[in-house]
Write a protein that binds this ligand. Structure first.
Ligand SMILES: CC(C)(COP(=O)(O)OP(=O)(O)OC[C@H]1O[C@@H](n2cnc3c(N)ncnc32)[C@H](O)[C@@H]1OP(=O)(O)O)[C@@H](O)C(=O)NCCC(=O)NCCS
Length: 133
């Protein structure tokens, strides 16, 4: 497989993002309007493409000032462990920095510590998460 094309704020195909989200998290595709969501709520987003096929997506939320957050870092199962996740996070970090952000946050389950702390350059930090419903 050739190297994927990595884009910042590239075109968003709702059906492709919903399919990828379902494949990566192991659920039936939802019907979310990603085009509207990222336009309204995100500093930006990163996509990875193999030709015309979407194989990676990363959403970058922010506070409008100096903090940005990663959400939904996803790579298609058959494209994982090729460095695509790391490349998307690197692009997200570089674009957030260029937009004036000082901090990039992410939360994750313990099993992904080798990815975020080992491969993507995050430092471990205490954080809180409250389930609202
Ligand atoms: C997590 C995810 C985005 C990683 O993407 P990826 O493209 O496979 O990751 P990379 O190839 O860039 O991985 C770089 C390194 O991170 C580590 N790593 C990657 N995935 C890992 C995993 N699932 N568990 C533990 N370490 C992992 C490895 O050290 C890897 O290097 P190696 O392949 O030489 O061993 C991908 O597995 C995924 O989409 N998972 C399902 C959705 C998900 O859980 N997303 C995260 C939500 S917080």
């Amino acid at each position: 497989m050739p190297d994927p094309t990595i884009l910042w704020r590239g075109p968003v195909d709702n059906e492709a993002v919903n399919r990828l989200h379902g494949e990566a998290f192991g659920h039936e595709p939802f019907d979310d309007d990603w085009e509207w969501l990222v336009d309204r709520h995100s500093l930006g987003w990163v996509t990875a493409h193999d030709g015309a096929t979407l194989i990676g997506f990363t959403n970058v939320l922010w506070d409008g000032l100096t903090h940005a957050w990663l959400q939904d870092v996803i790579v298609a199962p058959d494209a994982q462990r090729r460095g695509i996740g790391r490349s998307m996070v690197e692009r997200a970090a570089s674009e957030a920095s260029g937009a004036g952000c000082e901090w990039l946050h992410v939360d994750f389950d313990d099993e992904l510590a080798p990815f975020y702390l080992g491969a993507c350059g995050f430092e471990a930090a205490a954080a809180g998460l409250r389930h609202l419903r």
